[in-house]
Design a protein around this ligand. Structure first.
Ligand code: 48F
Length: 305
């Protein structure tokens, strides 16, 4: 028994954690006490610390408001968390730019999770494979120049890569308007998505940014707002949103990077929003154009910042 007791390092015992009322000394066989095992059991049962609900609440509130405050005045604000926005956010953040993303939905990733018609594989062509590799996404060659990737792995990796590079994402937040000074978009007007969904009359808050990227996909929501505020003055042939055309994958994929550009001072379009703004066709579940569009917008903006 003496030998066993010597194995116990009394300095490791936190007496405050021991509830003496629960100890029945007669039942304790000192020879069987192994302090490491006790620690493991207590940790497994969550008894190694006293969890306090108010500390948990304070931790979340403090950290969230730190994040919100730190992102009220940034270099680039991306609206929409689909593949083009995530790739743009990754390259901008990796270049050390202050970049924030707002996504209406609870889950970020836009239309990439579902592959084609919920068959959760995506197709990416040769020219954009380097972007999937940058994020460590595994690919398989399908035919000459065509590659496939698991859409869940792809989407999750884009989100992980972008946030780890320094992109801050606010989900459940919708952009409902832009802030303008003279002839320049200088910020965004934000509200909670649940407020928008419930149709509640709650005033929004605003943030300031040097550049806005509309990466809202087919809906081109920021472009729609700009079009209402400065009718006929967008940098398109008609001065208005041209509107998305029917499916034509080859043409759409080659047009997307060209359509990825400034549409009004301070406002850029990327991804499907770029094609819809400039009248390009849709392309379905081939994602190279979306990835290249994100890369291109990041390069353009990095050069200007
Ligand atoms: O549509 P989405 O995935 O955008 P993308 O990057 O990619 C398009 C492809 O997914 C696919 C395709 C590829 O071949 O055609 O459709 O162009 O993601 C757009 C995201 O923007 C969010 C929306 O919830 C979606 O996740 N969004 C849209 N409007 C707003 C918004 C808004 N006003 N505020 C915040 N988020």
């Amino acid at each position: 028994m003496a030998a066993r007791i010597k194995q116990i390092n009394l300095e490791q015992i936190n007496l405050e954690q021991i509830n003496l009322e629960q100890i029945n000394l007669e039942q304790i066989n000192l020879e069987q006490i192994n302090l490491e095992q006790i620690k493991k059991i207590k940790a497994m049962k969550g008894m190694d610390m006293n969890l306090d609900e108010i500390t948990i609440s304070r931790a979340i509130i403090d950290r969230y408001f730190e994040k919100l405050n730190a992102n009220l005045d940034v270099d680039v604000a991306i609206v929409g968390g689909g593949p083009s926005g995530l790739v743009a956010g990754y390259y901008l953040a990796a270049a050390g730019k202050r970049v924030v993303m707002y996504e209406r939905k609870l889950s970020v990733g836009g239309g990439m999770w579902g592959g084609g018609m919920m068959f959760n594989e995506i197709v990416v062509q040769e020219s954009a494979i380097h972007i999937l590799r940058e994020f460590g996404i595994r690919t398989r060659e399908y035919g000459e120049g065509y590659y496939t990737a698991d859409s869940v792995e792809s989407t999750a990796s884009l989100i992980a890569g972008a946030t780890r590079a320094g992109l801050t994402i606010f989900n459940c937040m919708s952009v409902e308007d832009v802030m303008m000074r003279k002839d320049q978009v200088v910020g965004l007007v934000l509200n909670w998505s649940p407020v928008e969904m419930a149709g509640l009359h709650v005033d929004p808050l605003s943030m300031k940014t040097k550049f806005v990227v509309d990466a809202t996909g087919h809906d081109t929501e920021v472009v729609e707002v700009a079009q209402r505020k400065v009718p006929g003055r967008l940098a398109t042939p008609s001065g208005k949103k041209e509107g998305e055309k029917s499916m034509w994958a080859d043409r759409a994929e080659s047009m997307t990077p060209d359509n990825t550009r400034e549409i009004f001072p301070g406002l850029y379009v990327a991804g499907m929003a770029a094609n819809a703004t400039f009248g390009g066709p849709r392309m379905g579940p081939i994602f190279g154009g979306m990835l290249l569009s994100g890369e291109k917008i990041a390069q353009d903006l990095i050069a200007q910042l």
